[in-house]
Design a binder for this molecule. Structure first.
Ligand SMILES: *[C@@H]1O[C@H](CO)[C@@H](O)[C@H](O)[C@H]1NC(C)=O
Ligand SMILES: *[C@@H]1O[C@H](CO)[C@@H](O)[C@H](O)[C@H]1NC(C)=O
Ligand SMILES: *[C@@H]1O[C@H](CO)[C@@H](O)[C@H](O)[C@H]1NC(C)=O
Length: 493
């Protein structure tokens, strides 16, 4: 019995040794393979770090390029509060001449709706600017759905298509209302009703402050801007068709507001990358345009300050650095690009999939629109609001209005270039201190981390600025209608 037990024990010991040896061999093999695996992965990672611009599409997660940023469960809230007093019948009239391009007029008209409400007046359908650079003869109903405008505002302000005939000949108060005015200012202006039955407002842009207005006035501005000011049916229909065509090509697209147009370059005095002849032409246009007050501009200073629109070439480098693949479908929302094909080729060399409304629509479809800059701008506006990603090369009225609208509709991805920061980067590229590749991509992506259209409250005035200039430095109400028209998950609509 004892011998048998000892044999069995010896047998067990031998088996244990064999198992241990197996385990050891397995462990060594495993660590060997792990080592090989890790070193290969490291090598691959290294290669990716050398030249990511060759193919960044797999590198940056799709949702970081295309999806709406996280929006914390925020939603729109534009209904009036319980205190709100709606439209009253009024035989006092406000007539308006809207000034500026399409979006300056739109925001101005939305403000005039609020002003008419504050002043207890009936608003007459505004006249549109025919004298701005764009020479557009469109009337209100050519661009907006007039019937819808009147209907949509029924609870807020009475809107008349025309001034009653009998009031045409009575004396009108002609007013240049103060810019960025408060509700108190307009309440004070109601004293004009003692003497007049009609007030004519000569200019509609920025007549109302961005901040510190009653909640109900702010919400009324949103109802006017986002609900009442719908575009006219022909514009809406064509824009929808073009969006469908874009989506059928790639499923998703970037709308690029490439504000590289003659008037903008002339106005800002930005001649970087242009020929001497072109620079001269822009200077002459600026000098002869009366309402542009600043005549002497140093283009270099202007550019370093971040005050110039990005050039088509710069936009190409920018989008590539952000990680958009060369196959990305890009709709160019803009008028005529200054410098034409020569300038554009510097963008299309990085992103050949560029689309213009002229290539997306037939000649017949565009007929009637092309001679009206505000109507084509309206088509661009709709396509931009509906895009997966919106990028603007300059922070003008259109870019601001589209950005605000996209925030309002649920924080659709909207990329606002840090032009001042980018100019430094571009100059380092130019001088050879930096090369396109992973470090450029890292710098540019980091610089734009918080410039993707995620929720944040509207910015107040710049610190240290006093008086009227304060309002000028505030973020525009229509660029970011949060918090008044966008509420938290628990707040009521
Ligand atoms: C508008 O008209 C003026 C004067 O006739 C002209 O100089 C300007 O180029 C026109 N603008 C556009 C965009 O056609
Ligand atoms: C507007 O009309 C209402 C009702 O008639 C009145 O209570 C209010 O004070 C008026 N507002 C102004 C600014 O005149
Ligand atoms: C513009 O400003 C830059 C930088 O301050 C300066 O070097 C250049 O000489 C200026 N150009 C002109 C035309 O004044």
């Amino acid at each position: 019995m004892a011998r048998a037990r000892g044999r069995r024990f010896r047998f067990h010991r031998r088996k244990l040794c064999a198992v241990a040896a197996y385990v050891a061999i397995l462990l060594i093999a495993l660590s060997f393979f792990t080592l090989i695996y890790l070193s290969r992965k490291g090598f691959d990672g290294g290669r990716e770090h050398v030249s990511p611009q060759e193919d960044q599409s797999g590198l940056i997660p799709d949702q970081e390029l295309w999806d709406a940023p996280f929006s914390l469960g925020l939603h729109t809230c534009i209904k009036p509060t319980a205190r709100y007093k709606g439209a009253r019948k009024s035989d006092r009239y406000i007539t308006v001449r809207s000034n500026g391009g399409l979006n300056q007029m739109r925001t101005g008209i939305a403000d005039m709706v609020a002003v008419a409400h504050i002043m207890n007046a009936t608003l007459v359908i505004p006249q549109l600017d025919r004298r701005s650079f764009w020479n557009d003869t469109s009337t209100f109903s050519d661009i907006f759905d007039e019937t819808h405008f009147i209907e949509a505002l029924k609870g807020d302000v009475r809107v008349a298509r025309e001034l009653p005939k009998e009031l045409e000949s009575v004396p009108h108060a002609r007013k240049h209302f103060s810019s960025w005015a408060s509700t108190g200012y307009y309440e004070e202006m109601t004293r004009l009703w003692h003497e007049y039955q009609v007030i004519h407002v000569a200019k509609s842009d920025s007549r109302l402050a961005n901040n510190d207005l009653p909640l109900d006035i702010q919400r009324l501005r949103c109802r006017a801007m986002y609900n009442a000011l719908r575009f006219s049916p022909p514009i809406e229909i064509l824009a929808k068709k073009l969006i469908e065509r874009l989506r059928s090509r790639e499923g998703r697209y970037i709308a690029l507001h490439l504000r590289y147009e003659k008037d903008m370059l002339s106005f800002t005095g930005c001649t970087y990358g242009l020929t001497e002849v072109e620079s001269k032409e822009l200077t002459i246009l600026r000098e002869k345009t009366n309402h542009w007050k600043v005549k002497k501009i140093n283009s270099t200073v202007q550019r370093l300050g971040g005050n110039c629109p990005l050039t088509p070439k710069e936009v190409g480098i920018f989008l590539r650095a952000l990680g958009y693949p060369p196959s990305t479908l890009i709709y160019i929302a803009a008028g005529e690009i200054y410098g034409g094909t020569a300038q554009l080729s510097m963008l299309s060399s990085c992103f050949p999939n560029l689309v213009f409304k002229e290539t997306l629509a037939t000649k017949e479809e565009l007929e009637g629109f092309t001679t009206h800059a505000s109507q084509t701008a309206a088509i661009d506006y709709i396509i931009s609001v509906e895009s997966n990603v919106f990028v603007s090369s300059y922070s003008g009225n259109m870019a601001r209005a589209v950005e605000g609208h996209r925030r309002f509709l649920g924080y659709r991805r909207t990329i606002t270039p840090d032009r001042k920061g980018l100019v430094e980067v571009f100059d380092r590229l130019e001088s050879g201190n930096l090369r396109e590749g992973s470090s450029l991509s890292d710098i540019v992506r980091q610089m734009h981390d918080d410039r993707q259209g995620a929720p944040r409250k509207r910015r107040g005035p710049l610190p240290g600025v006093k008086g009227k200039a304060r309002s000028r430095t505030e973020e525009s109400f229509y660029e970011n209608p949060y918090p008044e028209c966008i509420c938290g998950p628990k707040e009521a609509f």
